[in-house]
Design a protein around this ligand. Structure first.
Ligand code: ZN
Length: 76
């Protein structure tokens, strides 16, 4: 699947893996090796619905554990 990048509008995306960092309720969650479409031009990445749901789920689990910073592997 190749998409036109919605950010720079020039690049095309290729499948790859990215590190997603997000912060919720004072917890910083770093999700490594999440599958994404990555722009070859600007490096912006796009997660599909299923991946987004899993990333948010992993973030919620970290918040429940009251971790300040948590680094998890997407496919753990
Ligand atoms: Zn781009």
């Amino acid at each position: 699947m190749s998409l036109k990048c919605a950010i720079c509008r020039h690049g095309e995306t290729v499948p790859g893996f990215v590190t997603v960092t997000l912060e919720r309720a004072g917890t910083v969650v770093v999700v490594r090796e999440a599958p994404a479409e990555v722009c070859g031009q600007c490096g912006e990445y796009f997660l599909d619905e299923k991946t987004t749901a899993r990333v948010l789920g992993l973030a919620s689990e970290a918040v429940e554990r009251r971790a300040e910073v948590e680094i998890v592997r997407y496919a753990a």
